[in-house]
Design a protein around this ligand. Sequence first.
Ligand code: AMP
Length: 112
Amino acid sequence: MTTIFQKIINKEITAEFLHEDDICIGIMDIDPKAPFHALIIPKQLIARIGVAEESEKQILGHLLLTAKKIASEHDLNEGFRIVINNGPDGGETVPHLHVHLLGGRKLTWPPG
Ligand code: AMP
């Protein structure tokens, strides 16, 4: 199955790109849950963090460092949150791993 994120990576559908390199893309979330809400998505399909493998750790680390870079480029100096939803109970709706980067307001804790 081709997910919406694979179509964005393949440029078959549009998105607001913040970042692209050989390993991942960074886009704005279409339905933001905070004033700033980006998604960092690996080009290689990993369905979810729960099935990620040891051999993919460089990709996983790159996603976090890219999230940090995007945060600093968008002045999230007061803080931000990185979220990965996994599986039905975790709130995952697209089966292609993605890191949520949220900021621009004080985020409550614990999340719902
Ligand atoms: P999750 O619920 O963790 O699987 O996150 C999926 C996210 O993808 C949600 O926050 C959606 O708003 C977002 N999303 C779905 N379709 C698009 C799209 N075409 N462009 C950007 N973000 C999208």
